[in-house]
Design a binder for this molecule. Structure first.
Ligand code: FO1
Length: 324
């Protein structure tokens, strides 16, 4: 079975880890491959290095090396390099990059500088984390450099700040007026992205942020059309439980685009291609766009087994839709 999943940051990576656990424990899925289309709108250049947070979170989480409490960065990492940079007065100090994490960013920046594409660089990093051995391919949504910027007004008129500055330094506490993706006008899907959507047996939307993760991926010209046109059922997992994001700032992001923070409203954002929608038990009776089949179940990924159960339910709903 060919599974394709769009993925953003921590929630997406944890869902994917559950999906692989479910595949490993299900003999009938033994020949399953997973292609992950990762968001690159969060990417940022720091200290002259290209940092790809959502790709790295998938790599580290599936590679078993992620800092579990944070959901990003490396477990057991130190911060000697960043401390030295701070002592030299080199900003920023609000984005924590660990010493091992710097290794990833140095290698990526070196390879990009040698002319490799982001896809080729990501394939090398995926190799290092054993993803191919588990039937997993990680593709950036595009090889064209893009960056999500957030327009805010702190009293001196509208200004655009990088997504990471809004998300991390401002903790999304300053209302976002809108999101602008620099470079998106030149973006095209990375090699293999459209094929992974059009020739999948099922396409999954993990509980990633619908605005700044999934929404950004959908903004790459051609990707939304592929989702509308694929014969594969598209099954999403609501990123909200009782109107609250499980983590992150999805509610602040939805507010910025004038969308209510409800599982129903998020499903409506995907209505032109969504077939199935997993919702939390607390949202069992929500209104859904026509043509969308929902299923209510516990959606908190409290541990690996819970994440595997959720991923299994999403696959099962996809199979049900494919048969109907
Ligand atoms: N998130 C934070 O809240 N604080 C940080 O200092 C931080 C550093 C960081 C470094 C590397 C990386 O890959 C991710 C990092 N993140 C940090 C998380 C990041 O902002 C988010 O994971 C995504 O960009 C949104 O999904």
């Amino acid at each position: 079975m060919r599974v394709t999943a769009l993925s953003g940051g921590v929630g997406g990576a944890r869902f994917l880890r559950g999906l692989l656990a479910h595949i490993d424990r299900t003999p009938s899925l033994s020949d399953t491959t997973v292609t992950v289309i990762g968001n690159t709108g969060d990417d940022i250049t720091l200290f002259g290095l290209r940092v790809c947070p959502d790709l790295d979170t998938v790599l580290y989480t599936l590679g078993g090396a992620v800092h579990e409490g944070q959901g990003w960065g490396r477990a057991d990492d130190g911060y000697a390099v960043q401390a030295e940079l701070a002592s030299l007065g080199v900003p920023p100090d609000w984005f924590a990059l660990g010493d091992k994490d710097f290794g990833t960013h140095i290698a990526r920046s070196l390879w990009l500088g040698q002319g490799l594409s982001l896809s080729q660089v990501t394939a090398r990093l995926a190799e290092r984390w054993g993803l191919p051995d588990r039937g997993v391919t990680l593709l950036p949504m595009t090889d064209i450099p893009v960056e999500t910027h957030v327009v805010v007004d702190q009293g001196t008129g509208p200004q655009a700040v990088h997504f990471q500055e809004w998300w991390v330094r401002m903790r999304a506490a300053v209302p976002a007026q809108r999101f602008v993706v620099a470079g998106m006008d030149r973006a095209v899907p990375a090699p293999g992205v459209l094929d992974a959507i059009c020739n999948a047996d099922v396409v999954l939307l993990p509980p990633s942020n619908p605005v700044v993760s999934i929404g950004i991926i959908l903004g790459v010209p051609g990707i939304r059309d592929a989702l509308r046109g694929t014969r594969a059922p598209v099954v999403g997992v609501a990123p909200l439980v009782s109107g609250r994001p499980v983590r992150g700032h999805a509610d602040a992001c939805l507010q910025a685009i004038g969308v209510p923070a409800t599982s129903s409203a998020v499903a409506a954002l995907y209505a032109d291609f969504l077939g199935g929608w997993l919702v939390d038990d607390s949202d069992a009776d929500i209104a859904l766009p026509t043509g969308v089949t929902s299923q209510a179940r516990p959606l908190l990924m409290t541990d690996l087994s819970a994440a595997a159960d959720i991923a299994g339910a999403a696959l099962d709903l996809g199979g049900q839709l494919a048969r109907s």
